[in-house]
Design a protein around this ligand. Structure first.
Ligand code: AMP
Ligand code: MG
Length: 353
């Protein structure tokens, strides 16, 4: 067991001594969790293969699923890639720093293990003062997957990171809860037209305003598990975002969804099972379950995204036997929320009719 040091910093004006302390750990090949605007990341020097191997092992992450490499200035990108296509330049101008990860052809300075042996590399510039200060002080690109145990919901607070990784990492910078709450959008710009691999903090609609043509990988809207050979992004084929309690997702017209959830709740109740419902503020009143949590208003998908992972974790301490979740609208960040819910359910999806 390691001693995990907790460094509390001000999110707006991060104390430089604490950032330097964390940066020295990164430089020494150690592991530091830090906040970004999306979720907390677990950082290691992207150019240090030994540190990256430790990163995978701390998270129990399969070695074939590469992390995103975080940079703090635009000049790093040509160093890490073979070419920066014009569509990528436009997207970087518009969305960086921010929750958009771009997949490029990688350069030879990137260690194989950092990209899981792929010819490509996923890069983003986070929009968080603490993350940017840490990368700047570390003087290296920082590889950072989400700071959770592989398969669990991503952490949106330092407490979540400690829940999963206390004793397995060297330090955590705590700057309070994260703003967006779901991970970055992953867009492959090594192909034309660009291909959306994971919906996230930048919506599909917003991307299409900048590059006319964007393909949506079928997985992004998939309602079933994808076969490994079709998984364009390694993360597609791994189990993800799941609370310990089994989760059932109910999709369809809202009134039918509500009816189905009420029926299911009664069935479980008759079988002496405790039910938790993940509802919305418009619908929560209708359910008579042991625990009802609300993601927020169906009219504000951004706020739903912010709360999603925290609520999924909270259900695990409620002692319910099953979580039944309502589907949410697919526009804006709703696409990312639904993608996470579908994966969290292990594609245990009921179509309400
Ligand atoms: P996480 O770090 O937990 O946010 O996950 C990073 C996501 O980016 C995973 O879904 C990875 O599969 C994906 N990813 C990372 N590198 C690449 C790459 N070179 N090509 C395609 N997807 C990638
Ligand atoms: Mg992750």
């Amino acid at each position: 067991m390691k001693q995990t040091e907790l460094l509390k910093v001000d999110p707006q004006e991060p104390e430089i001594e604490k950032i330097s302390q964390a940066a020295n750990l990164i430089k020494a090949g150690r592991l530091v969790a830090f906040p970004t605007e999306t979720v907390y990341g677990l950082g290691a020097d992207a150019l240090n293969p030994k540190a990256i191997l430790e990163l995978f092992s701390a998270k129990n992450r399969p070695l074939d699923n590469p992390p995103i490499v975080h940079v703090e200035n635009f000049e790093e990108v040509p160093r890490l890639t073979q070419e920066v296509p014009s569509a990528a330049k436009k997207l970087m101008d518009k969305f960086w720093p921010g929750p958009l990860t771009l997949v490029f052809k990688r350069s030879s300075i990137v260690p194989e293990v950092t990209v899981a042996g792929l010819e490509t590399i996923a890069i983003r510039m986070p929009q968080h003062k603490v993350a940017l200060a840490l990368i700047r002080e570390s003087r290296c690109p920082i590889a950072a997957p989400s700071a959770n145990m592989a398969g669990r919901p991503s952490p949106t607070s330092a407490e979540h990171v400690l829940e999963d990784l206390n004793g397995r990492i060297d330090a955590i910078i705590d700057a309070g809860p994260t703003r967006i709450g779901v991970e970055s959008t992953v867009l492959d710009v090594s192909v034309a037209p660009p291909l959306l691999l994971r919906p996230g903090g930048v919506s599909f609609e917003a991307l299409k305003e900048v590059v006319k043509e964007v393909q949506l990988h079928p997985f992004v809207v998939s309602e079933k598990e994808i076969s490994p050979e079709k998984a364009k992004s390694p993360g597609m084929k791994h189990k993800h975002y799941a609370p310990k309690t089994p989760l059932i997702l109910v999709e369809g017209d809202l009134s039918k969804v509500m009816g189905t959830i009420k029926e299911l709740t009664t069935d479980y109740w008759l079988n002496n099972k405790k039910v938790g419902v993940l509802a919305t503020s418009e619908t929560a009143w209708a359910y008579e379950a042991e625990v009802v949590k609300t993601l927020g208003s169906r009219r504000n998908v951004d706020a739903m995204a912010t709360r999603l992972f925290r609520l999924l974790r909270e259900f695990d301490s409620e002692n319910v036997d099953v979580i039944i979740a309502e589907g949410v609208p697919l526009d804006g960040l709703g696409l990312a929320v639904m993608n996470r819910l579908r994966k969290a359910s292990g594609y245990n999806i009921i179509k309400a009719v």
